[in-house]
Write a protein that binds this ligand. Structure first.
Ligand SMILES: [Zn+2]
Length: 215
């Protein structure tokens, strides 16, 4: 079932260690099939090099087990909550990537201080409040935080990053760009106080990149 999506998910999971976003088994990607509303997600506690299509787990949009040999990620209920409440989202990524999580430990958003951030995020990458792992509380904080923003990613206080997209690949890109911009912001704060970009210019950057840039 959903073999092509499982294969894609194996490939996309390899991007997390390749981009230094994860340590050991932390971090996960899921994808929603818009036709069946089934969700494919990483199995719990399996290391990245050992992920295969057969080891991926299928659940329904309420998080109920459908198919697989393994238990799904402990973040499954939160991924499913996000899919139920953000209907345009078909991919969700969660990481504890280092620089972004450092901002999260202060409950601090990553400020929009580069044109690339204006392009990709249309403003700050916001930080939501604290929620415990296991149920859908994390999903609730993510949905509430993303609804107040144009950003496809947010931080969770004292925890890490959630990124979403119209596809799983777009969500992975947002997770990579979140960490890249967090590292730049970190270095920038080490040099002092970064210069702000005017909100009207951020709007122009975001509009051009989202509507004109690319092939
Ligand atoms: Zn986590």
């Amino acid at each position: 079932m959903l073999e092509a999506l499982k294969e894609e998910l194996v490939q996309l999971h390899q991007e997390l260690p390749r981009n230094n976003l994860v340590a050991w088994t932390s971090g996960n990607v899921s994808v929603r099939d818009p036709e069946s509303n089934l969700v494919v997600i990483k199995p719990s506690g399996v290391r990245f090099p050992e992920l295969t299509a057969e080891r991926m787990v299928v659940v329904d949009i309420n998080g109920r087990f459908v198919e697989g040999e393994y238990k799904p990620s402990s973040d499954t209920a939160s991924h499913c909550y996000i899919y139920r409440h953000l209907p345009d989202v078909c991919g969700v990524v969660h990481t504890h990537s280092r620089y972004a999580t450092a901002f999260a430990t202060h409950g601090r958003s990553i400020p929009c201080i580069t044109t690339a951030m204006g392009d990709e995020f249309g403003g700050d990458i916001p930080c939501g409040g604290f929620a415990l792992i296991g149920g859908e509380e994390i999903g609730q904080v993510v949905v509430e935080t993303l609804r107040g923003s144009r950003s496809p990613a947010c931080l969770l206080q004292s925890h890490g990053v959630f990124a979403v997209g119209a596809s799983a690949a777009k969500a992975v890109k947002a997770a990579v760009m979140t960490e890249d911009n967090a590292a730049i912001a970190w270095a920038s704060f080490a040099l002092g106080t970064p210069l702000p970009i005017a909100p009207a210019d951020i709007d122009k950057l975001y509009d051009r990149y989202q509507n004109v840039y690319g092939q």
